[in-house]
Design a protein around this ligand. Structure first.
Ligand code: SF4
Ligand code: SF4
Length: 116
């Protein structure tokens, strides 16, 4: 569900739950290159070490830490990709969410940030 301007805005509390769910951390067009550059890694090395084919085989996802469903880029409560995190990650829960999402997410209502 997408939120319109009149809907409340939610501030992430870094509970990290959304970084530990099963499923794809989708890398959209251009994000593979942007993240590899941010990590100062050759593109082929980043793709080989940190990505996999998405379940729908329509593109790449970040991999999980071995034996878990936790994103490989989660470092404690921080994201190693904070400055360049995928569009999918920046969009939850305000741009997209799902039924009963608040049961799994600790974000709280807050004033909507002013975009300059
Ligand atoms: S589940 Fe919600 S509060 Fe927790 S890290 Fe994700 S967006 Fe932030
Ligand atoms: S890229 Fe960062 S924000 Fe996105 S799931 Fe991984 S650790 Fe979480």
């Amino acid at each position: 569900m997408a939120n319109g301007e009149k809907d409340p805005w939610y501030q992430c509390q870094r509970c990290t739950n959304c970084c530990k769910w099963e499923g794809d951390v989708v890398l959209a067009d251009g994000e593979v290159e942007r993240i590899a550059e941010f990590l100062e890694m050759p593109l082929y090395q980043f793709v080989k070490d940190f990505t996999r084919l998405r379940d729908n085989r329509q593109g790449l996802s970040l991999v999980d830490k071995e034996g878990t469903s936790e994103c490989i880029m989660l470092d404690g409560v921080d994201c190693r990709l904070q400055a360049v995190k995928p569009f999918q990650c920046t969009g939850f829960p305000n741009r997209w969410n799902f039924e009963n999402w608040r049961e799994a997410c600790e974000a709280i209502p807050a004033p909507r940030p002013v975009v300059s």
